[in-house]
Design a protein around this ligand. Structure first.
Ligand SMILES: Cc1cc2nc3c(=O)[nH]c(=O)nc-3n(C[C@H](O)[C@H](O)[C@H](O)COP(=O)(O)O)c2cc1C
Length: 206
């Protein structure tokens, strides 16, 4: 891999429209899942699982649900925001080669998860770190990833047979892309801009 880590961090994009649907080599998929699985986790609980979804009927059913949830959100908007949202594509479920659903098991490594006694969400943070590892590794492999969160957890649990108590955290579309955009889609469509670091940075106190 010749890409510098910082270059990969800044090149990473959330992809919706650029998926080509070309095949994804099993060895590459294995590498990005291995990177995800190498993430840090509270108490080394490794509370994540990865469901690789290739079945077209599952993808279609999920996409229908996403379209419905898109409409639910659109109904909360009016005026300029509604017009801008109408132009934004929010998923590449049907166009991407495959999807990876990442789940969180709050019982994993329990009952005494070292470092989680005061912060229940620390398990969820860990699952998100696995997702970020996956996203960066995929970028290093010149692949695209698109996080889709327009879904109800119950629907996804039912669709994929996810056991009770285990929480779907993300539906990630993944695969080869024609290109990665330089500017995030939401910025290009005038929805929201990146906040300057100076506003996010504090010294000693908030
Ligand atoms: C938790 C989470 C959920 C997201 N859900 C969606 C989604 O449902 N649809 C979508 O198009 N993008 C989704 N995104 C992508 C963000 O819109 C994107 O990360 C942000 O606009 C910045 O763009 P960039 O990732 O290309 O830098 C999600 C990102 C995160 C971290």
């Amino acid at each position: 891999m010749t890409h510098d880590l910082y270059e990969i961090i800044h090149r990473r994009r959330d992809v919706r429209a650029e998926f080509t649907g070309e095949p994804l080599d099993d060895a590459v998929l294995d590498r990005i899942l291995t990177a995800a699985h190498a993430a840090p986790s509270v108490g080394m609980s490794q509370p994540w699982d990865f469901i690789v979804v290739r079945d077209e009927s599952l993808k279609k059913a999920f996409h229908e649900h996403v379209r419905h949830e898109r409409d639910v959100f659109a109904a909360t908007l009016s005026g300029d925001a509604a017009d801008r949202f109408a132009r934004i594509k929010i998923d590449g479920v049907l166009e991407s080669t495959l999807s990876i659903v990442v789940t969180h098991d709050p019982e994993r490594g329990g009952p005494a998860v070292l470092g989680r006694h005061a912060i229940a969400d620390a398990g969820l943070y860990s699952a998100c770190l696995a997702i970020q590892n996956l996203w960066l590794a995929a970028t290093a492999e010149d692949l695209g990833v698109g996080w889709v969160s327009f879904y109800r957890e119950e629907f996804l649990r039912e669709l994929l047979g996810i056991p009770d108590g285990i929480r779907p955290v993300a539906w990630l579309c993944a695969g080869p892309v024609s290109r990665l955009q330089e500017v995030p889609d939401l910025e290009r469509h005038g929805w929201r801009n990146r906040r300057p670091l100076e506003l996010a940075r504090h010294e000693d106190r908030w």
